[in-house]
Design a protein around this ligand. Sequence first.
Ligand code: S3P
Length: 426
Amino acid sequence: MKPLSNSHKQLKGTLEVPGDKSISHRAIMLGALAQGETKVYNFLHSEDSMSTILAFQRLGVDIDKNNNTVTIYGKGVQGLSQPKDSVNMGNSGTTVRLISGILAALPFNTKLVGDQSLSHRPMDRIIEPLTEMGASIESSGGTLPMLIRGRPLTPIRYRLPVDSAQVKSAIMLAGLLTEGITTVLEQNTTRDHTERMLPIFGVEVNRNDQGIQLEGRQNLASSTIHVPGDVSSASFWVAGATITPGSHVTIKNVGLNPTRLGFINVLKRMGAQINTEVKRYEGDEPIGNISASYTERLTPTPLQKHEIATLVDEVPLLALVATQANGQMKMKHLEELRYKESDRIKTTVNTLKQFGATIIETEDGMIIEGKQELHGAQVDSYGDHRIAMMASIASFITTSKVTIKDTECIRISYPRFFEDLASITI
Ligand code: S3P
């Protein structure tokens, strides 16, 4: 139980957030496939990113972690070998979906398992295209556990039926280990960290109207990755500052990749006072600062289908912000939210309802009335890190105390969340 009494307090100050989760996962994976020593700086120290390190260690790759610096002693694709036992993916959807693309093309068998939440999440979205490439994947009902019998694959040209960077990346990684040209076509742009990072390891990737294309069996050269701050973690402070009177925060050295900025763009469209400034590039990733100030008048705005993937992890926060906008906000096209760490349409609606919001769940989203005064309540995180953190931010605008059951799950993506929260609460 985490009690939070933040009514009438403000968020003020400057901070940095931990390294980007998506980039941290990919740095380990590509470093493990490369030949030689890869260093990863500002690696996200969290349970999800540790699932990826542990998985590759189980596959025979030597990886050292010293605080937030990780060294991967890659031996190329040959450096990976059959694990003695099943490999645990923990809670991490990115780990399981991306690693499956790699394992499907390697000459050994691997059984993948996960925690209760992950074991309910759909894997058919990767099983289907990988099977089309010739992969042998056994799973009952399209969920974990999953047995992958690695074998040589054939390249495909695949149009993504869902806007998912995890599915896109799984196919690209399988294609990377497969002779010939693999092509992935997106309906809407999803986060492109895999495409941006592969060239840093010496792999040529072509991106044009024909989709994302890569030629398989290119050797990866070791590299150095500096992970930017995670903009999804920064979003909690941006949301908090936007809705809490008197607040102003600046987040430094955060990733500003345009495929991740949907939440900030929607908030700006609502009239929020937010500034972003790219200061430099690390690899191919833009990095800079975000500042956000309290905005008294926020105007609701409809969400466009094409922008959902760019804000997919920020929807619980966006719903919280919408309770403070002047009027009704309809959020549609959110069906993918049902397949996250929890059914985030349901868990967001339930949580905000407990705070007194007028909000209804629809098949593909929610309808939120604003502007509403919220009151304190005891709420459940549903074991979902982003719900726990959204509820914590809500405590700044509730008239009384918020208590959250099970905030342990925050360790999945942002272990020092409450320390950072305390550092900017006045
Ligand atoms: C991720 C992609 C997103 C996101 C997840 C991380 C990634 O999932 O929700 O937190 O690192 O590729 P989908 O691409 O499956 O929507």
